[in-house]
Design a protein around this ligand. Structure first.
Ligand code: SF4
Length: 110
């Protein structure tokens, strides 16, 4: 086999592996930062979970389509506070949602 071709394939595979590792590493760093203040042993809902994505959920309401501070999970009827930064959502149950989060199903707390 042509040595250039072998190197090319190896280089391509290493590039793909490096890209994947970088992407995972980047996702892990941003994910870890997004988890700050989570109660011990609990995880946050991923913004990319199927249901969360469908509802356009964001941990930071200011980066969402919502109305920023006036509409956050903390003042949503579906939210139950766990600690200052996180709580349970009746609709998104794969983890905790951020008190400063928002999704398209926001309803003013009764
Ligand atoms: Fe937050 Fe309410 Fe949406 Fe649940 S339904 S993610 S508590 S805004």
């Amino acid at each position: 086999m042509n040595e250039d071709l072998k190197f090319g394939r190896r280089g391509f595979l290493l590039s793909v592996a490096a890209f994947a590792a970088g992407a995972l590493g980047l996702g892990g760093r941003s994910w870890a930062a997004g988890d700050a203040g989570l109660p011990a042993g609990k995880k946050a809902v991923s913004e990319t979970d199927t249901m969360a994505a469908a509802l356009r959920y964001k941990h930071d309401a200011s980066k969402s389509e919502g109305k920023g501070k006036s509409q956050t999970c903390a003042n949503c009827n579906f939210y139950t506070k766990d600690n200052e930064g996180w709580g349970k959502c009746t609709l998104l149950q794969t983890g905790l949602v951020a008190s400063k989060g928002w999704c398209a199903s926001w309803v003013k707390k009764a």
